[in-house]
Design a binder for this molecule. Structure first.
Ligand code: NAD
Ligand code: AOT
Length: 312
């Protein structure tokens, strides 16, 4: 299958490496010039579960995509803030046969995607895999994960299951999920707690979990996510959401992971995805008349930290 990964950062490189190793034809498209250059010149360098590996995978700058690049499956792994520019860049290579898979964290990406292709072609979901970019063309991969994806148009379930099978063959442990809105809110509430608290506290997930005073904040943040979700007829069990969050604390699995928001702001002084996580809940809360004081405060704190660190 001709798979293009749009956004060759931490997660794009994880999925690209694993799919390439399972025999798929993988191409990267990226907007970070030094990254494209490193991928071209040195290959994709990874510390992959403790082993140093290098794979040669074709990479193009998003301003120089060959017009004849055929895309069977387009996997999006930009940051939420970069999604629209990437879709615009790749739109000339999207045909009626292209399927698109969006696994970005955050809420509301389908509203951007539907401007570029028919929703029959769109599959959306979440992933519990993690990754850390260590520099251009270089990524650190450890831990285990999964993918849950579903068809936006329910008539496309069989195609969605085929995509899940391709990912599973690559070891990505993918499952077809019919309730994708539930999956998206479930993951967003995890990120709304872990990404923002790890960034504010400058700690990894295990360290945040080890602070007893974070527990009541996590309860309150989850309450706000679930109240907003319920207004959209998405009903989630608080205990299950909390158990999913608590499962992140284990240092033997993903506990030592610094969430992508930490990697953006603290490590690299880049702007964050806060407006697609806690910020989205604040905005929806205002529209629905639901108070969201924790998400409001967290969003303001992250924006203040972006300003102080001169994030770009
Ligand atoms: P990333 O920041 O590593 O990469 C996204 C894009 O930013 C890529 O195009 C990359 O080349 C570019 N980029 C990275 N560093 C840059 C720099 N210093 N200057 C300029 N451009 C740079 O993003 P990611 O962590 O792979 O996340 C992609 C999506 O997946 C996000 O929605 C994220 O929330 C989600 N996600 C991430 C993880 C994770 O563990 N990293 C896990 C699950 C979901
Ligand atoms: C994560 N991390 O989603 C993944 O870094 O943005 C991120 C992210 C799976 C489980 C816990 C955290």
């Amino acid at each position: 299958m001709k798979i293009t990964i749009a956004g060759a950062g931490a997660m794009g490189m994880r999925f690209g490496l694993m799919l390439h190793r399972s025999g798929e034809e993988v191409t990267f498209i990226d907007g970070y010039k030094a990254n494209v250059l490193a991928l071209e010149e040195k290959g994709l360098q990874a510390n992959y579960n403790g082993e140093e590996v290098i794979d040669q995978i074709k990479a193009y700058d998003m301003t120089a995509i060959p017009t004849d690049l055929t895309i069977d499956l387009l996997i999006l792994f930009t940051k939420s803030t970069q999604l629209e520019d990437m879709l615009q860049a790749v739109s000339g290579n999207i045909s009626k046969n292209t399927k698109l898979l969006c696994l970005l964290n955050g809420i509301g990406h389908e509203k951007v995607i539907e401007k570029y292709l028919s929703l029959e072609q769109v599959f959306i979901g979440t992933t519990m895999w993690t990754a850390g970019m260590e520099g251009p063309g270089r990524v650190k991969l450890f831990g285990k994960g999964s993918v849950h994806l579903g068809a936006v148009d329910k008539s496309q379930e069989a195609v969605g299951k085929e995509i899940a099978a391709v990912l599973t063959k690559a070891g990505l442990n993918a499952h077809y999920a019919s309730h994708i809105k539930e999956m998206i809110y479930r993951k967003a509430s995890l990120n709304g707690c872990m990404n923002s608290l790890c960034t504010i506290l400058e700690a990894n997930m295990a360290e945040v979990g080890a602070c007893p005073s974070t527990e009541n904040m996590i309860h309150s943040i989850v309450d706000e996510f679930l109240a907003v979700a319920a207004k959209e007829d998405v009903h989630l069990e608080k205990e299950e959401i909390l158990a999913n969050i608590h499962s992140c604390y284990d240092p033997q699995t993903n506990g030592k992971h610094y969430p992508s928001m930490y990697q953006d702001l603290i490590k690299n002084h880049r702007l964050t995805e806060i407006d697609y996580l806690n910020g989205a809940i604040s905005e929806k809360g205002k529209a629905y008349g639901i108070p969201t004081p924790y998400c409001d405060l967290i969003t303001n704190l992250i924006h203040a930290k972006e300003k102080l660190l001169e994030a770009k």
